[in-house]
Design a protein around this ligand. Structure first.
Ligand code: ADP
Length: 597
């Protein structure tokens, strides 16, 4: 428009025509043509604005919808992954896939994709306009373009490894910060603040250095681009200027050039630079997004081993009979075919509905592992675990897990109200049922004394509860769930005698009439159990009730003697065995460390 206006209105030596517009629509008088041109130019800016707005809204909408879908899908896939996966990974690592990697993808879809579309349209559009105006001068103007591309390709190649370094150092810095923050209690109590500051400083310095390495290349690239664009401008100015000024085509060129066309050319040379210098950003965002999507989709492709049978059995009216039949088990990594070391060897026992079975034995003997197999957090390597005669692998996961209630040592409460936490898993429970459960768990009184009673927010944003109170809430939750089978991992951590008594009473209430498995630390639990299984090194070494085991005078009798204060210490042979086991474990850890190095 600008070119046409200059040539026909200001210079007045060419007809007033516009491409694709019928001449009948255009004004004929000079003054009218001038104001028409002004209107078209203003309209062009308005239309540009409107399109930028539409484009932004559409592209953002697209990018964020995709990201919403990716985030939700990857989270729901991740939740279904086996415990094996979570044993291997740190929470921070998984969080960073769900969060940072999803953001990287978003960044690319949002900016990178937009910019690359814009870049291609600009370059092709400008080339098209110039060639249709005057192909000879277009060749002269665009002579710098191969050089611009050459410089860009060089820059991309050179900057790529530096981007890789920078991504690594930003990851490293984040890990450092996250670690130091989540371990702040240890840091404070060990007085290692300055040590941590130094480590963060080191990581931050590395990030600074790697960023500067990228920027140094940028310092060469950007001015280089400007200079090449300047060269293009200068060549166009010289050739076009001579062409108009001498009134005929210079050198081997032929034909006419009008002033308006010349101005258009000069304008266009300025418009290459900005989109082209975006290329390196686009490439960085693309590489980032590529690495991130590999991680996201890698997560989604991890197979689950703990899956439901094709035609799962639903336990409609479970009785709670449990049987372990020659069970062998060992932990495996995500990629292993067989376990390195067996944790359970040939474990067999049974429990009739309503019985209480207690497990005792040294730490690391395999007590928790044994019960995780019942809940199918892992599957046995050999043998079978059955409930009411069905292999747990044949049961639907939903019916299996609603049949079993689990009260663990480490209780977990979600950020929410007391009532919501008790209701977790039985969301439709009436308020009355919640209160009854809390009463049975000896929790009602302390809940009532909280500022908003059952509606008090606990967890991250609310009142903090003591360990004993948290445990009673988790017992209330299990009472409300009303499972046939109960798995209790008694807390070893000391609570005061009164609290312990309350917890014990609520547990007794909970376990009456239910098949109960308990990893026992309290003398009273052990004593009252129908059967006690003594585990050592993954094997059941003794079994019977309390009196039988005391009579047998084996490991159990010794453990009991120490706990009850009847003897001072374990006999030397047990202490020795415990030390050997600890040493074995240390060796194993050293092997793992060496492999990591
Ligand atoms: P207990 O409950 O009797 O203290 P565990 O069942 O927790 O014993 O542990 C039995 C053995 O299995 C230990 O040697 C322990 O190091 C190992 N172990 C426990 N959990 C895992 C796991 N998630 N991955 C690998 N090894 C584990």
């Amino acid at each position: 428009m600008l070119g046409v206006a200059i040539d026909s209105v200001i210079d007045g030596d060419s007809p007033y025509t516009l491409p694709l517009v019928p001449n009948a629509w255009l004004p004929t008088a000079d003054g009218a043509q001038f104001w028409f041109s002004v209107q078209v130019i203003v309209a062009a800016f308005v239309v540009t604005g409107v399109f930028t707005w539409i484009y932004g809204v559409a592209a953002n909408n697209f990018a964020h919808r995709v990201m919403h879908a990716v985030r939700t899908d990857s989270f729901s896939t991740m939740q279904r992954l086996d415990m094996t996966f979570f044993d291997d990974k740190q929470t921070g690592e998984v969080m960073s896939v769900l969060n940072n990697d999803a953001n990287n993808l978003e960044n690319f879809l949002d900016n990178g994709l937009q910019n690359s579309v814009r870049l291609s349209v600009m370059i092709l559009g400008i080339a098209f306009i110039l060639f249709s105006l005057n192909w000879q001068l277009a060749l002269v103007t665009l002579v710098a373009v191969p050089a611009l591309f050459g410089l860009t390709v060089w820059f991309m190649k050179a900057v790529e490894p530096r981007y890789v370094d920078r991504r690594a150092s930003v990851g490293n810095l984040n890990t450092r910060l996250e670690n130091a923050l989540s371990g702040v209690e240890l840091v404070k109590t060990s007085g290692t603040e300055s040590y941590e500051t130094e480590r963060v400083e080191g990581a931050s310095w590395r990030y600074f250095r790697d960023t500067m390495a990228v920027l140094r290349l940028n310092y060469v690239y950007r001015p280089g681009m400007e200079m090449l664009a300047g060269l293009s401008f200068a060549v166009t100015f010289i050739v076009g200027g001579l062409w108009i000024f001498q009134g005929e085509a210079p050198w081997i060129l032929t034909g006419d050039l009008r002033t308006g066309e010349f101005v258009t050319f000069l304008f266009m040379t300025q418009r290459f630079v900005t989109p082209l210098s975006q290329v390196s950003n686009i490439v960085d965002q693309y590489e980032n997004a590529k690495a991130s999507s590999e991680r996201i989709f890698g997560l989604m492709d991890i197979p689950s081993m703990i899956t439901e049978a094709e035609d799962p059995v639903a336990l409609d009216d479970p009785e709670g009979r449990v049987e372990y039949d020659h069970v062998d088990f060992g932990y495996m990594g995500v990629d292993d075919d067989e376990p390195e070391e067996m944790v359970l060897n040939d474990v067999s026992f049974g429990a009739e509905p309503g019985e209480t079975v207690a497990f005792v034995g040294p730490t690391g003997a395999g007590k928790s592992t044994l019960l995780k197999l019942l809940m199918r957090l892992y599957d046995p390597v050999d043998g079978a675990v059955r409930i009411d005669g069905h292999d747990v692998r044949e049961l639907s996961l939903e019916s299996l897990r609603s049949t079993i209630g689990y009260v663990s040592q480490s209780t977990f409460l979600f950020d929410g109200t007391v009532a919501e936490n008790i209701r977790y898993g039985r969301f439709d429970a009436e308020r009355e049922a919640v209160v009854d459960a809390a009463k049975a768990a000896e929790a009602h009184e302390f809940i009532e004394s909280l500022p908003q009673g059952y509606d008090t927010r606990i967890g991250e944003r609310g009142v903090k509860l003591s360990g004993g109170q948290q445990q009673r809430l988790s017992i209330a939750r299990t009472i409300l769930q009303d499972p046939e089978i109960l798995v209790l991992d008694e807390a070893t951590s000391a609570v005061d005698t009164e609290t312990e008594m309350l917890i014990q009473r609520s547990l007794d209430r909970l376990s009456a009439d239910r098949t109960t498995f308990v990893i026992a630390h309290r003398l009273s639990t052990v004593r009252d159990a129908d059967r006690i299984l003594v585990l050592e090194n993954g094997e059941i070494v003794e079994r019977g009730d309390h009196d039988e085991l005391i009579d047998a005078d084996g490991l159990y009798a010794k453990l009991w003697g120490v706990q009850a204060g009847e003897i001072d210490d374990l006999p030397e042979e047990f202490v020795q065995r415990a030390r050997e086991r600890a040493a074995e474990r240390t060796d194993m850890l050293e092997d793992v460390d060496a492999a990591d190095d």
